[in-house]
Design a protein around this ligand. Sequence first.
Ligand SMILES: Nc1ncnc2c1ncn2[C@@H]1O[C@H](COP(=O)(O)OP(=O)(O)OP(=O)(O)O)[C@@H](O)[C@H]1O
Ligand SMILES: [Mg+2]
Length: 299
Amino acid sequence: MSARRISQSEYRKVAERMKKIQEEQKLIVRRMSKIKYKIAILSNKGGVGKSFVTVSLAGALAINGRRVGVLDADIHGPTIHKMLGLPTGLGMPARSDGTIFPVEVPPGIKLASMGLLLPEDETPIIWRGSLKTTALRELLAYTDWGELDYLLIDLPPGTGDEQLTIAQIIPNLTGFILVTIPSEVSKVIVKKAIAFANRLNKKIIGIIENMSYFRCPDGSIQYIFGKGAAEELAKEYGIRFLGRIPIDPKIREANDRGKLFFLEYPDSEASKAFLEAAKKVIEIVESGERGSNESEASG
Ligand SMILES: Nc1ncnc2c1ncn2[C@@H]1O[C@H](COP(=O)(O)OP(=O)(O)OP(=O)(O)O)[C@@H](O)[C@H]1O
Ligand SMILES: [Mg+2]
């Protein structure tokens, strides 16, 4: 096979692209230096409640006086804006120099999401890896969050482009919060997420078990997806167990209505469990507790 000489104009295009990436990376470093804690919500499995956990944790942090931002890094299926009651296509405020600003939602959550930028719900994003990486890098580079205590990043399921991009381009990522349901299948898949974090040498802040059980009207408990998987995983890997959130149809209903579940139903068992888990996250993160997968040397 004969090698083709690269033309002057092709060379110029590549050089310009490299320069743009370097400039964006510098901007990311500058913007991220104003944010104390950067946490990504991870699970290999879809539909286990990552976005519910992200949005609720953001709300819990905000009512505890923390300045919070959420980046919806689910390029194909952004849902956070809906869970916060914002319509698709709302847009994000922008300045003529290209800086964009997150949309602010009560009780004090700043949101940046492709969901706000897409014209409508049905618009599919049909992008391969490199385009998704570019979109995420640009969102991170051009969004001006200002000073924040926490940036939560909602990831799509899996350990692919978006997860790698976030882990690699955010400087000093504080760590991952893992979400699972108690089924054996989910447990096996979550092990991959643990291996992913370990491979990248990133801290696992803790694991939260969602959809743990259902309390029937007579008070009895049904373990619909199985029992205790997250706590077993936590023990096996020495990861902090953050708690178990029951299945509650009101969670789905509040999320669909764009309301924060624990503010709508503060007395429910699920709300109390969630707020306990959020308290643990704050304790672990703000005390600088070392993750089980962090060596003395890496911390
Ligand atoms: N504990 C719960 N009880 C009842 N419904 C729940 C619970 N947790 C989440 N849900 C609902 O389950 C659905 C999936 O949750 P969510 O979108 O947060 O999952 P996800 O892991 O982010 O999914 P994806 O992998 O598609 O991003 C949503 O309709 C949500 O409202
Ligand atoms: Mg989601």
